[in-house]
Design a protein around this ligand. Structure first.
Ligand SMILES: [Zn+2]
Ligand SMILES: [Zn+2]
Length: 69
């Protein structure tokens, strides 16, 4: 349960109060780059993966390092 607000159930779906600082944890976000739904690991995460984040931000692909995927 959420420590920061009163969690509400609307039609069986868990909803945080508006403005709850922890609401993002339970929300699926759409990757800004590939459009895939993902659960963010930190607040403000825009992309599902680091490679999407790099592409979205225009960072060059690391080519000297091993691909960790
Ligand atoms: Zn909450
Ligand atoms: Zn993505």
């Amino acid at each position: 349960m959420c420590k920061s607000c009163e969690v509400l159930y609307i039609n069986g779906v868990k909803c945080h109060e508006t403005g709850c600082p922890e609401a993002w944890k339970d929300e699926k976000h759409e990757c800004a780059w590939c459009g895939q739904d993902f659960e963010p690991e930190f607040d403000g995460q825009k992309c599902c993966s680091e490679s999407c984040n790099n592409a979205y931000n225009g960072y060059p692909e690391p080519d000297d390092e091993e691909d960790q995927e």
